[in-house]
Design a protein around this ligand. Structure first.
Ligand code: ADP
Length: 729
């Protein structure tokens, strides 16, 4: 062991020039017994066990200097021996500290708050070290520190509750706190003593002194202490999950040297109590985690059983709000919103999702200050300053909201001016701010932050929703296949009916009529009636076949959508019914009709069926009156065909839209029972809806609604999901 470098102030402590130490072996400087101790420690490869070792160094004459020696190996592999003057202080009984710490913890009842724990740490540390001020800092997610507890001389300024911006502890210093858990500056005013020679002669580089306890405090740290009016400090890092959770910072107004063992004891004390805090935090997290996972499984279970998974998310208990502890939630699925709790207006939600679709590519997005990234959100900050969002697809989202929480943050100095830059551009120097005057900042447009476990829970939920949506898409595809197949079969049947059945039917009609003509004289009245019945039956069958054919022709593939003047379709329908209108003295009135995108022929057929029914099912002895009105709602054209006829018992509302279903005999009212089934199919092809309002003898109003965007695909799904509503309301 040979001395390669030594600090210049060695000359003062040892009473000999620093040069005289270089190249010397340790044995020449220390006595044999002590050198032997170091050799043994090194051989056992456990430097920690040696720390601290008391060493006596002979000064000139018979005078001895007594030091606490602490040895460590630097990152570049050299042994660094640090000597601190040994103070006349009894060795600290290590176990005694443990008991002290445990006793303090036990004193606090189970229900003690974190605040009480923090307070206890600073009090205990101050009691055993005698520092003027001991503070406990905690760092938040952004790296800003807050003084959580403080114990100090009464006359000193209080920093309790103050926030210190992240920049107060620069990154390199943070790194140091991470690698070296306890650091001390016994005298911030003393002249720094350089190493001699400055470069390590073996490497020609400066020796790595990161792990050194006594050396190289950052000059800005010294300035910082100076600005705070203190001359010495001790800092203990509090680590949780390899992260700097906080610091215990001790300050003294005059130089103060804390011996190694006492420092270690403080570190230990801080850690034992901190372990308890970490435990409690963990426990609180754990409880919340369990609660969230219960909510999560309940929602998933409900979703898997419900017909509509969105109902399962909003109607039950627990619901969407519980999984993220939110005050509002909204699900946008296929352009349709379902909301829960306090949420922004639908128009705002639409803009917000457009923004999300454009800017968010991840599976989850969260912010506790939406207005900072999406300025429009300021309009609804009281509802949604915080946003947690999971995109399911480009057009489907689940969103959670939290309102603005206005917090007042007490900064220890203006965080925007944490450092002043001194010097020229070439020689930039950061100087910690001079003033620690309380600087209040009101944090606006910010909600409570989303916790990592909440974000994780909604990500799990997202997976479940995506699975359900995929499954439904598959089912829908199968259903569409089935529908297409049955449509094709129906068409085939209609074709067979119209051609193959037509021929034998004509044959029956022709031969029966031939029978009547040829054997007219031989037939009595009854026989003639029977022949007439047979002819009527053939006629009816002809109509039924024609109607089935008409029904089968209405399908999505055959639809020809074009810009249509509704009035043209309506007047054409009225013209087709002209004979019956005249005969029954029907009065028809209608509003101004819009122009929209639809299949003109189908629209005409729809009017013709509805007006035809209005005339047919009139009150005996009363001239039918029919009025056709229209109004524009947010996204539909809503038509109504109102009559003054016999009305319909509401219990049959569903039935009348089914093919061949009628409520009367053909003797009372002629017809095939296909008219409304065709109307319903026309509406399906236009992604519209049809329903009615009526009561017996009260007249009937048939409503039908057509989407304003016609068959535009962006409107398509919305209507598809509601098709099941077709058979009345
Ligand atoms: P059809 O008119 O050939 O009987 P529809 O399918 O058009 O067949 O109508 C089904 C049934 O609905 C009718 O038989 C009738 O009982 C009832 N209905 C339809 N429109 C009206 C109306 N405007 N007033 C009263 N009843 C009606």
């Amino acid at each position: 062991m040979t001395v390669l470098q030594a600090s210049r102030n060695v000359s003062k402590l040892f009473g000999r020039p620093v040069e005289s130490l270089l190249g010397q072996s340790l044995e020449n400087i220390l006595d044999d017994y002590q050198a032997d101790q170091f050799r043994r420690g090194l051989a056992a490869d456990n430097l920690d066990l040696m720390n601290p070792t008391k060493v006596w160094v002979r000064r000139i004459g018979d005078d001895y200097g007594v030091f606490d020696a602490i040895v460590h190996r630097s990152a570049d592999g050299f042994l660094v021996l640090e000597l601190e003057p040994a103070l006349l202080q009894e060795n600290i009984p290590f176990l005694g500290f443990y008991h002290l710490a445990r006793a303090s913890i036990n004193q606090l009842e189970a229900g003690a708050s974190f605040q009480q724990f923090f307070q206890m740490i600073v009090q205990e540390v101050r009691k055993v070290t005698g520092f003027d001020r001991v503070m406990l800092y905690r760092f938040d997610q952004d790296g800003h520190g807050e003084v959580m507890a403080e114990d100090k001389l009464p006359e000193m300024e209080s920093y309790l509750g103050l926030h210190f911006p992240e920049s107060d502890i620069p990154k390199p210093a943070r790194k140091l706190f991470l690698s070296n858990w306890i650091r001390t500056i016994p005298d911030a005013t003393c002249e720094p003593a350089d190493l001699y020679p400055a470069l390590n002669p073996q490497t020609n580089q400066p020796t790595d002194l990161t792990l050194s306890i006594l050396r190289s405090p950052f000059s800005c740290h010294l300035d910082y202490l100076h600005n705070m009016g203190v001359q010495s400090s001790l800092t203990i890092s509090l680590m949780k999950d390899d992260r700097l959770w906080g610091l215990i910072a001790c300050h003294h107004r005059t130089p103060k040297h804390i011996p190694y063992e006492l420092r270690k004891a403080c570190e230990f004390l801080g850690r034992v109590i901190f372990a308890e805090i970490a435990n409690r935090e963990e426990e609180a997290d754990q409880h919340y985690r369990i609660k969230l996972s219960q909510v999560q499984s309940a929602l998933m279970e409900a979703m898997s059983q419900a017909d509509n998974f969105i109902d399962a998310l909003v109607q039950g208990d627990p619901n969407l709000l519980d999984i993220a502890n939110a005050t509002g939630a909204a699900v946008c699925f296929n352009g349709h919103w379902t909301t829960l709790g306090r949420v922004p207006a639908e128009a705002e939600l639409n803009y917000l999702t457009q923004w999300l679709a454009k800017h968010v590519t991840e599976e989850v997005f969260h912010t506790d200050s939406l207005p900072q990234v999406y300025f429009e959100a300021e309009r609804f900050k009281d509802i949604a300053s915080g946003l947690l969002a999971i995109p399911i697809s480009k057009r489907s989202f689940v969103l959670w909201f939290r309102p603005e929480v206005i917090q007042t943050v007490n900064w220890g100095g203006d965080p925007n001016h944490a450092y002043e830059v001194k010097g020229t551009e070439v020689d930039l120097q950061l100087c910690p701010r001079q003033s620690f005057a309380l600087w209040k900042e009101t944090v606006r447009l910010t909600s409570l932050p989303w916790q990592a476990i909440e974000v994780k829970a909604v990500l799990e939920l997202r997976k479940a929703i995506v699975n359900i949506v995929l499954r439904q898409a598959e089912e829908l595809a199968l259903l569409t296949q089935d529908l297409e197949r049955s449509n094709a079969e129906l068409k085939k049947f209609a074709y067979v009916a119209s051609h193959d059945l037509q021929e034998p039917l004509n044959q029956v009609a022709n031969y029966v009529q031939l029978l009547e003509m040829r054997y007219d004289s031989a037939l009595d009245e009854d026989a003639k009636d029977f022949i007439n019945f047979a002819v009527d039956g053939v006629g009816l069958m002809q109509t039924l076949i024609d109607d089935v054919l008409a029904y089968s022709k209405v399908d999505l593939k055959g639809i020809e959508c074009e810009l249509t003047h509704v009035e043209d379709a309506l007047t054409q329908a009225i013209a087709n019914l002209r004979a019956r209108i005249t005969e029954t003295h029907t009065q028809i009135t209608y509003d101004a009709m819009p122009t929209l995108v639809a299949d003109r022929t189908q629209l005409m057929q729809l009017f013709q069926n509805l007006i035809g029914n209005a005339i047919k099912f009139c009150q005996p002895g009363q001239a039918p009156q029919v009025h056709i009105s229209v109004e524009r709602t947010e996204d539909t054209w809503l038509f109504a065909v109102k009559d003054n006829g016999i009305g319909i018992d509401p219990q049959f509302f569903d039935r009348i839209f089914v093919i061949f279903q009628r409520l009367h005999t053909r003797d009372e009212y002629p017809g095939s029972g296909m008219g409304l089934a065709i109307c319903k199919k026309i509406m399906e092809c236009h992604r519209g809806q049809i329903w009615l309002e009526s009561a017996l003898n009260q007249g009937t109003t048939f409503y039908f609604a057509l989407p304003v965007g016609g068959l535009d695909p962006s409107h398509a799904n919305r209507w598809k999901t509601q098709n099941y509503l077709f058979s009345g309301r």
